[in-house]
Design a protein around this ligand. Structure first.
Ligand SMILES: Nc1ncnc2c1ncn2[C@@H]1O[C@H](COP(=O)(O)OP(=O)(O)OP(=O)(O)O)[C@@H](O)[C@H]1O
Length: 775
C-alpha cells in the first residue's frame, strides 16, 4: 500500500513557472504574503538569472530545462494549505496545468543546499594518531599499594578482591600524603583516574588502623566521615565503591549510610538512627537532616570530602555547603555524645578534601570556603601540557578526539551513520553515550531510533511505592543487583535502526528517579552493545564500564562540560574516542577558540555517511517498508548507495513523524527545546553558537519535521508533563539532578533574551520562503 501521508522534498521548479501569471505583477498589494513574496521572486527571476527557491527556502540557480514545471495549484492544493502533506494524486491538476509525474526528478532535500565547511584546518588531531601512553592508567613502574603506607589487609583486599593491583598516578601521589598528614587537600586529576579510591582509601585505612589500637569501634561509635556528591547517581556510585572496600572481613563493623534526595525521609531517618560511620550524601538532603534529624550525630566527623567540586558549585550548592560547614563546626565544638575518640590515631581536626577534574573559579571559591592550608595534589601531566591546560583541563592522553562538521539537515543521518558503523566494527560489549542539549531532544532521538510507535511505558508508569523504590535503590547502591528481579523499569528499548542486537537507553532529569536508577543500572550491566542517549545528567563522575565512544551531538555549554562528557570514556587507562558535532560556519571555530589545549581531528559529514551507510545495508526493519511508496517517493540522489540509504533512513523518520501525532509532538517539542537550549550558550561563546546563524528550517528537518518553523505549534503541555521544553529547562535539566537542589534558574535574563532572539529569528524566517513554503 502506498504511503498516503508523505510528501518528499521536491526541489521546486522555478517559481516563475509555477505562477505563470502576467508580468505585471509588480506593485501587487494585498493578498497573502506568500503570494506577494512569490510575485516578487518571480520578478527577480525574470530580471536576472533564473532562480528558484529550493526545497530549503534557499534561492538557487537552476537549469530550468531540467525540471518540468509544476503547477502551483498542485503543490498548493487544499491538502497542503491545511498543512497536511498528502501525496498529490494523479488527475488532481487543474485543466491545462502540467501534470506532476512521479517519474520526474525529485531531489533528496537532506543533501541539497547545505552550507559547506569553512574552516581552515589548523590543528592535527589525535584521532588518527598512533597509540598514546595512557595517563590515567595504573602505573607500570612497579608501584604498589602495599608500599604506599596502606594497611596490608587493605592493600591485599584491593589486589585479591577488587582486581586493582597498581595505583594510578594520582593515587600514588595523594594516598601517602593523606595517610600521613592531617592537612586539607585539593585533589585534581584527569577524569577516570581513580579519584574515588584516592580519597576513600586513606580514610578507611585510618579508621581501620584506629580499631587496631584495641578500642573496639562499632556502627554506633559515631560518624567519622561525610562524602558529599552533587548528584544521586554519583552518590550511589561512591557508595558502591565504599561497600566494596568495606567488604573486607576486618572492616565489616564499619557501616556506611547513603542518604540522597528522592526517597522517604522516614526510612532515611531510621537508617541514621541505627547508626553508621561513613555517610555518603547529596548536600540538600544532608542539610535537611542536619536541621531536622536529631539522631544524626556529626560531632565526631573527621573527614569531609567534596567530590566533583565544580559540579557542586555549578548546581548552586554554595549556600547549602556553607550551612553544612557551619553545622559541622558547631557540632564539632560540642563533641560527639557517643564515645571518646582521643588517642585512636584519628585526626585531631576535621580534614576537608576537595576533588575535581577541572579547576575553575567556582572550585577555587569552594576551596577558599572549605579548605585551610590545603595540600594541592595533582595527578600525572601529559608531556605537552601547558601551564594553562594543566591548571584547568586535563584529558587522558589516550582519548582520541574528533569533531564532525555536519550541516543541520544531515545531523540525524550522520548520527545514525556513526552509531551504525560503531557497532559494525565492534559488535560486542561496545557502549556509546550520546549527549544532547535537552531532555526533549533525548526523547525525540530515543523514539526515532527505537522505531516503534508503541506508547512508551517508562515515562508514564506510576512510580513504584517508596518502599519498593528504596529497596531497588539500595540494591543498586550495594552493587547486588546483577539482574533485575522485577520487570525492568529502565528507559530501554532495542535499536533496530542501528542494529537490532543493540540496546538503546535514555536518561535525563525529567525521568522519575527510579527509572533513572534502573536505566543506569541496566546500561552498566549490559553485556551486549548499548547506546545511552542522555543530557548532562550523565556527564559527571559516572563510571560506566566499556564506554568506547562518546558523541556530543549538541555541543557542551562550557569547556568543563566538554572535559567531563568525554571523560566517560578512556577511563583507567582504557582506550576511548570522542566525537563532537559542529555546524559548518561559525561553530567551526570552537575547537581553536575554546578547546585550545585539546587536539581534535576534523571530519566531514559526507565521509562519515559513506562509511556508515555504505558499509552495510540498513537492517531490513529500518527500511521504509512499502516498496510502492519507495518506488514513487524515493528522492533523487546522486545514485550512491550510501546516499540512498541515508535518504531512506531520514524519510522513514519523517514518515513516522507525520503518521503519529504523539511522535510529531515529541519532535516539535524537541525542536523548540533544542533552539532554546542553543540560545543559552554562555555569552563568551555566543559568536560561535550564534542563534542568528541557525537555519531553523534545516534544524526542524533534522527532527523529522516538515512544517515551517513558524508553524510549529505544540498542544499545551499537561501539568505533569515529563518533557522539558520550557524556557530555561536546559538549566533545570542539568541542575535538578538530585531533586534536592534549591537554586532557581540563575540566568533568567539570558534565557528571556534567548527566547526573544528565537522569536525574532522565527519571524525573520517566516518572511522568507522556507523548505516548507510550498503551500
Ligand atoms: N588503581 C587502579 N587500577 C585500575 N583501575 C582503577 C584504579 N583506581 C580506580 N580504578 C577504576 O577506574 C575507574 C575510574 O575511577 P573513578 O570513578 O574514581 O575516577 P575519577 O577520577 O573519579 O573520574 P571522574 O573525574 O570522571 O569522576 C573505576 O572503574 C575504578 O574502579
Amino acid at each position: 500500500m502506498a504511503e498516503p501521508d508523505i510528501l518528499v522534498n521536491f526541489d521546486l521548479a522555478p517559481a516563475v513557472n509555477a505562477f505563470g501569471a502576467s508580468s505585471s505583477i509588480n506593485g501587487i498589494r494585498g493578498g497573502r504574503w506568500k503570494d506577494r513574496f512569490r510575485a516578487k521572486k518571480r520578478l527577480q527571476n525574470k530580471r536576472g538569472k533564473p532562480s528558484f527557491l529550493d526545497a530549503d527556502g534557499n534561492q538557487k540557480s537552476t537549469n530550468a530545462q531540467s525540471y518540468p514545471p509544476l503547477n502551483s495549484d498542485v503543490l498548493a492544493g487544499p491538502d497542503h494549505a491545511r498543512g497536511s502533506t498528502s501525496r498529490p494524486k494523479a488527475g488532481n491538476e487543474h485543466a491545462g496545468a502540467p501534470r506532476l509525474s512521479y517519474d520526474q526528478p525529485v531531489i533528496s532535500s537532506i543533501f541539497s543546499s547545505n552550507p559547506v565547511s569553512v574552516a581552515k584546518v589548523e590543528k592535527t588531531g589525535t584521532e588518527n594518531a598512533g597509540p598514546a601512553i595512557p595517563t590515567n592508567a595504573p602505573l607500570k613502574d612497579g608501584s604498589a599499594f602495599s608500599t604506599m603506607g596502606l594497611a596490608p589487609a587493605l592493600a591485599s583486599h584491593l589486589v585479591n578482591n577488587m582486581n586493582i593491583s597498581a595505583p594510578t598516578s594520582i593515587q600514588q601521589i595523594a594516598i601517602p600524603q593523606l595517610i600521613s598528614s592531617d592537612s586539607d587537600a585539593f585533589i585534581q586529576a584527569e577524569t577516570g583516574s581513580g579519584k574515588t579510591l584516592t580519597y576513600l582509601l586513606p580514610l578507611v585505612h585510618r579508621i581501620y588502623t584506629a580499631t587496631l589500637s584495641g578500642d573496639k569501634l562499632h556502627r554506633d561509635s559515631g560518624c567519622f566521615a561525610i562524602i558529599l556528591a552533587p548528584t544521586r547517581e554519583l552518590g550511589r556510585q561512591i557508595y558502591t565503591v565504599l561497600m566494596q572496600l568495606l567488604s573486607h572481613p576486618s572492616l565489616h563493623w564499619l557501616v556506611p549510610i547513603l542518604i540522597l534526595g528522592g526517597e522517604k525521609k522516614k526510612s532515611e531517618k531510621a537508617r541514621i538512627r541505627k547508626g553508621g560511620n561513613i555517610l555518603v550524601a547529596t548536600p540538600g538532603r544532608l542539610a535537611d537532616h542536619l536541621s531536622n534529624t536529631t539522631s544524626l550525630d556529626v560531632g565526631s566527623v573527621k573527614w569531609l570530602v567534596l567530590d566533583e567540586g565544580d559540579r557542586l558549585m555549578e548546581l548552586g550548592f554554595e549556600e547549602t555547603l556553607e550551612q553544612i560547614l557551619t553545622a559541622l563546626n558547631e557540632r564539632a565544638q560540642k563533641g560527639s555524645g557517643k564515645i571518646s575518640l582521643a588517642n585512636l590515631g584519628l585526626p585531631d581536626r576535621r580534614i576537608t578534601v576537595l576533588c575535581s577534574a577541572t579547576m575553575k573559579a567556582s572550585v577555587q571559591r569552594l576551596g577558599d570556603m572549605s579548605l585551610k592550608d590545603a595540600l594541592y595534589l595533582k595527578g600525572n601531566q601529559k608531556s605537552d601540557a601547558t601551564e594553562e591546560s594543566s591548571k584547568s583541563f586535563q584529558t587522558p592522553a589516550q582519548l582520541k578526539q574528533a569533531y564532525i562538521v555536519s550541516p543541520a539537515k544531515l545531523r540525524l543521518v550522520t548520527l545514525a551513520s556513526i552509531l551504525r558503523r560503531a557497532f559494525i566494527r565492534n559488535k560486542e560489549h561496545m557502549k556509546v553515550i550520546v549527549f544532547f542539549s535537552c531532555a526533549d531532544s533525548v526523547d525525540f532521538h530515543y523514539q526515532a531510533f527505537r522505531k516503534t510507535e508503541d506508547k512508551e511505558q517508562n515515562d508514564t508508569r506510576p512510580e513504584t511505592s517508596s518502599d519498593e523504590e528504596e529497596k531497588a535503590e539500595t540494591e543498586v547502591a550495594e552493587g547486588q543487583k546483577e539482574k533485575p528481579r522485577r520487570p525492568s523499569l529502565a528507559a530501554k528499548s532495542s535499536a533496530p535502526l542501528i542494529d537490532p542486537a543493540v540496546s538503546l537507553f535514555k536518561l535525563h532529569g525529567s525521568l522519575a528517579q527510579h527509572i533513572r536508577t534502573s536505566t543506569l543500572n541496566e546500561f552498566f550491566h549490559e553485556k551486549d552493545g548499548a547506546v545511552l542517549f542522555c543530557t548532562d545528567v550523565a556527564s559527571r563522575g559516572l563510571d560506566l564500564p566499556n564506554v568506547d565512544l562518546v558523541v556530543q551531538y549538541d555541543p557542551p555549554y562550557s569547556q568543563e562540560d566538554y572535559i567531563h562528557r568525554i571523560g566517560r570514556t578512556a577511563r583507567a587507562g582504557r582506550d576511548g574516542r570522542a566525537l563532537l558535532f559542529l555546524l559548518p560556519g561559525c561553530e567551526e571555530s570552537y575547537p581553536n577558540q575554546v578547546l585550545k589545549e585539546q587536539h581534535l581531528t576534523r571530519r566531514l559529514a559526507d565521509e562519515v555517511l559513506k562509511k556508515g551507510f555504505g558499509a552495510a545495508p540498513l537492517p531490513k526493519v529500518a527500511k521504509a517498508v512499502d516498496p510502492s511508496w519507495k518506488k514513487d517517493f524515493m528522492p533523487k540522489t546522486s545514485g550512491a548507495k550510501w546516499e540512498q540509504e541515508a535518504v531512506e533512513f531520514h524519510l522513514d523518520v519523517e514518515r513516522r513523524v507525520l503518521a503519529s501525532d504523539e511522535f510529531s509532538n515529541i519532535a516539535k517539542r524537541a525542536f523548540q527545546s533544542h533552539i532554546r537550549a542553543y540560545a543559552t550558550h554562555v555569552a563568551a561563546e555566543r559568536e560561535i553558537f550564534d542563534i542568528k546563524q541557525l537555519h531553523l528550517g534545516h534544524i526542524a528537518k533534522s527532527f523529522g519535521l516538515r512544517e515551517r518553523p513558524g508553524d510549529i505549534k505544540l498542544p499545551a503541555r499537561g501539568k505533569s508533563g515529563t518533557a522539558s521544553s520550557a524556557s530555561g529547562k536546559r538549566k533545570l535539566d542539568n541542575i535538578d539532578t538530585n531533586g534536592d537542589n534549591t537554586q532557581e534558574d540563575q540566568d533568567e535574563e539570558g534565557l528571556r533574551r534567548a527566547a526573544q532572539m528565537m522569536r525574532k529569528k522565527m519571524r525573520e524566517h517566516m518572511n522568507v520562503a522556507s523548505e516548507f513554503n510550498i503551500g
